[in-house]
Design a protein around this ligand. Sequence first.
Ligand code: G4P
Length: 533
Amino acid sequence: MSEITNEVKKQIEKRRTFAIISHPDAGKTTLTEKFLLYGGAINQAGSVKGKATAKHAVSDWMEIEKQRGISVTSSVLQFCYDGYCINILDTPGHQDFSEDTYRTLMAADSAVMVIDASKGVEAQTRKLFKVCTMRHIPIFTFINKMDREAMDTFDLLDDIENELGIATCPVNWPVGSGKEFRGVYDRNTKMVEIFSDTRKGTTQGEVRKAALDDPAIAEVMTEEQRARLEEEIELQDGAGAEFDQELVSRGELSPVFFGSALTNFGVETFLEHFLQMTTSPLPRMSDRGIIDPMEEESFSAFVFKIQANMNKAHRDRIAFMRICSGEFKAGMDVYHMQGGKKVRLSQPQQMMASERHLVEQAYGGDIIGVFDPGIFSIGDTLTTSAERFCYEGIPTFAPEHFARVRQVDTMKRKQFMKGINQIAQEGAIQIFQEFNTGMEEIIVGVVGVLQFDVLKFRLENEYNVEIRMDSLPYEYIRWIENTDIDVEKLTGTSDMKKVKDLKGRPLLLFVNEWSIRMTQERNEGLRLAEFAK
Ligand code: G4P
């Protein structure tokens, strides 16, 4: 193995790749937009995506998103700030997309969780957070909308600790909220950063800092507010968890910041602290052991997302990959491990604010999208290393909803199969067939029911195939681990169904957990798994 050059190392070291998660409306888009504003990537707030201006430029390429006003897909943005090169992975906010979110998180080294200060932890935050903890990545909390009436600060912190089961460490502390919002107190420097009204973020905020005993403080805070702040800080210092970088890196302690994305307040402080506390691209596990971007000279990447038909006129398909090590150069040849052959990565693209542009070079930590002629699948590894290796796969979530799907017009079988297979390759749905009746019946499994609508819509619009869907009562799926078992002879409950996946592996569908237990009791030695290995 040849040595990694200092230049490549320097480039990778300055990368920060993170995902941003929140319950819809907590302010994720606004915060992202303000990051870009501070990074100089855009010069006018509102140009990323404003619901009011209907400029759904970044991610709303798909018709269904526009129709439903939700973000189904996630997008990637890159910008520079203070010597760092930052990649933000936006995650879909809709509750049905935890699987897509999980894959996006696979490509991130840390996560930023945005919480609405008046609401605390909400349903979707809870769900997304659970997915984050499965990855053990550092999680940073930004409590937003302090310019509105907020919950009590201690209650907010308790809420995060109790609801999400993670210890918190506030890096700063809010002084009032709503009309009384005066700024944040930095617990480390012991200075108050004074809030200045930016008229809903249309003007740059004035940055003013003052110590608590500074006469300037009296101009913005009443004596009562000051006394209350001192009391709260004393309480927090005595009872709260101390900042511990080790615990943060392990995802066990979440640093908390307060602010108001809309009025630009607390955003830059957050960004500065966050960039120092979060990590540069992390090593990743492969079947050749750990691949450390600081040591591995070769280029390597894995596919975490596939988006079809981003440009309807061209019917293209883009495979998004996270570069894990080395340097990428446009047009380079790499070995596609799962395909077993060399491929040229053509039309590599990156997102910069609302525009897609071609990239000439990229480094470990970056995300690129490459044109996919239909050869890539989620989890695939690409590398230029002579000692070939595969990154650990991305687990598939067990689907919880099933439907029998068939094309209305029998003449369109070919398009139907092509469409359904391509959509399955993207990871949006999983397809199964009856165990012993050959090709005809297609059973689709999804994690969230909205995917059924997406499937129907896409088959009609992109493949010109109308389908009929009959929902099935199954909710549980189990892969059969025993390779020597005679599936035909398995005796289960009467409502159990035997199917096989695309690779021909046998599976069982169940209506309830009782049925799973009964089947196991009736078939001694049967080993059932929730995930395909
Ligand atoms: P999301 O991506 O998490 O779904 O949230 P988004 O940023 O779209 O914000 C949701 C709403 O909350 C928006 O208002 C936005 O302006 C508002 N908002 C975001 N941050 C703050 C904040 O710090 N303070 C206050 N007061 N409001 C905030 P909207 O009326 O739904 O949309 P728009 O018409 O303003 O675009």
